[in-house]
Design a protein around this ligand. Structure first.
Ligand code: DCS
Length: 519
């Protein structure tokens, strides 16, 4: 056993004393025995209240009800007025039949089972560039083993590939040391909230409506969500005047606003920000000293010709701002885009504009989780560095990608048009992302019925829709909305041949609902 020299031993004892005196260690055996004697039972009243406060409607009450109905359909298929549950509540493309990109899966399969690379048949079954890529990736993985832990920030060679992809996308350099690979974007968002929120006095500016990961994560970390409202009338526009008003309002209540969340393209709202608007946002963050948390997971999901994705990093660098001017975190995920590999849990955050000592702390937190899963890491490198012109897979890869994205664009349009034909419903265009967020104006009698059922009007509508058609949507209240307005979120993900059925079921239900509750 290695022995410490006496100076080293003293240092270790000092360190131990320091950590023992901190709150995470019990101070003495007597306090231990008294706390055991108190025996606080574990109930919802005694667990961490932050857990109780946290809500996540994308998998909330309506979805639980849908799962019950699905079970009922299994045991008694004729008991309900529909024969299947259609999950339009969650952006989970492959669960509704979207096929994975062949090249990505070939590389993953070869990396996970490298002895395939030694077999002759493999060359007939897999494309040559998938084989080459798998070799290249395996060479970057210590021990060539996808079953081994990696560096806590992610495998260096994969981060290099991602950094190259980002640089090619933006036209500005990217350093692979700025990349932290994560199990999807969600843990990355949690990590940043954990870093930024010290107490309830710390606020995070979030869009309303927002994707409830943000409200949930802020609640879990004990901070305050400072809302800024997107303007539905201008296609969910982001007004800097609104940001200014809300930050002043929060400050007047003693809140220290630390960061601004922007989801671009938007979830649940589907808008794609114009570059000029992004510039204003960057200037706002720079002037107010806010970290810009840019959720860019839908960067490949753009369906209109007049809009294009610009990363906030590209926009801020093109304004001449460097690391010293603005702290910026960009989140990306393998769950979205045309790849939709939600279950593989891959993603990354690109962290720029923080000091080396803060970065070390981020690294430390990442290291507590050891590393993100390796298949997710490999996929993140593939989505940021897909086949190029001249590669054997390029044509089939491009056809698969274009097929998925053009179909999503058509589905978005068909559903948008259908919603806009319904009495009392208006629906902004989905310029990007995977959702429509129609506004519903309900008759007074429906509002009263919701009240009697002790539920929000949009939740009442969503429940009735589910019970009549099997279609699962998420009530707008799960995302936040201007008080007194009601919405629901519906994904554009059912397969294209199913959309006409979805439209006719929705239309029929809506007509019957309005007839039942007409004032
Ligand atoms: N950010 C946004 C804007 C999202 O929409 C999602 C997932 C995430 C981050 C996190 O995804 P991953 O952890 O899988 O990378 N979207 C959810 C949604 O609204 N429906 O499905 C999941």
């Amino acid at each position: 056993m290695r022995r410490f020299a006496s100076g080293g031993a003293k240092r270790v004892v000092g360190l131990l004393q320091k950590s023992l005196s901190s709150s995470s260690f019990l101070a003495s055996s007597s306090s231990f025995s008294s706390s055991v004697m108190e025996r606080t039972p574990i109930t919802v009243d005694t667990i961490n209240p932050k857990v109780i406060k946290c809500e996540y409607a994308v998998r909330g009450e309506i979805v639980t009800h849908a799962q019950r109905l699905q079970q009922e359909l299994k045991t008694n298929p004729k008991s309900l007025p529909f024969d299947e549950i259609l999950y339009c509540n969650i952006g989970n493309p492959q669960s509704l039949g979207q096929q994975p990109i062949t090249f990505f899966r070939e590389v993953l399969a070869l990396c996970d089972h490298p002895c395939l690379l030694e077999k002759d048949e493999t060359h007939g079954l897999f494309s040559s560039d998938a084989i080459a890529r798998a070799w290249q990736i395996l060479d970057q993985i210590p021990g060539r083993a996808t079953g081994a832990y990696s560096h806590s920030q992610g495998i260096k060679g994969l981060r290099d590939a991602i950094a190259e992809g980002i640089a090619a996308r933006d036209g500005f350099p990217c350093n692979s040391d700025d990349i932290f690979l994560t199990d999807g974007a969600s843990p990355a968002v949690h990590m940043m909230m954990q870093l930024l929120i010290r107490s309830q006095k710390d606020g995070i500016l979030c869009p309303i409506p927002q994707y409830p990961l943000y409200s949930a994560s802020i609640a879990l970390h004990g901070g305050t969500l400072v809302p800024y409202y997107l303007d539905e009338a201008s296609g969910w526009g982001l007004e800097v005047s609104e940001l200014k008003q809300q930050i002043e309002n929060a400050r007047s209540k003693g809140i220290t606003v630390r960061a601004l969340v922007v989801i671009n393209p938007g979830n649940p709202t589907g808008q794609v920000l114009a570059e000029q608007n992004q510039r204003e946002v960057v200037d706002f963050c720079k002037n107010e000293g806010l970290v810009l948390l840019a959720d860019e997971v839908y960067q490949e999901n753009i369906y209109v010709d007049d809009k294009k994705f610009n990363s906030f990093k590209k926009v801020s660098r093109s304004m001449g701002y460097g690391e010293e001017d603005i702290a910026l975190v960009s989140f990306q995920s393998v769950s979205k885009g045309y790849y939709g590999e939600c279950g593989k849990r891959g993603g990354y955050m690109e962290v720029t504009g923080f000091s080396a000592s803060v970065r070390e702390q981020i690294y430390k937190v990442a290291s507590v989780n050891l590393c993100s899963n390796i298949s997710g890491q490999i996929l993140a490198s593939l989505v940021m560095n897909p086949p190029k012109v001249g590669d054997e897979s390029f044509d089939s890869y491009s056809a698969e990608k274009d097929g998925i994205l053009s179909s999503l664009a058509r589905r978005a349009k068909m559903l948008e048009d259908a919603f806009n034909c319904l009495e009392g419903v208006t629906c902004n265009k989905a310029e990007g992302a995977m959702y429509l967020f129609p506004r519903i104006r309900l008759p007074q009698k429906a509002m009263e019925a919701a009240d009697a059922a002790k539920t929000a009007p949009d939740a009442f509508y969503a429940r009735r829709l589910l019970e009549a058609t099997g279609i699962v949507v998420v009530p707008g209240s799960g995302f936040g909305q201007v008080p007194g307005t009601w919405h629901f979120r519906c994904t554009i993900l059912p397969q294209e041949d199913k959309i006409p059925t979805v439209v006719s079921k929705l239309t029929e239900f809506h007509k019957a609902f309005m007839a039942e509750f007409r004032d």
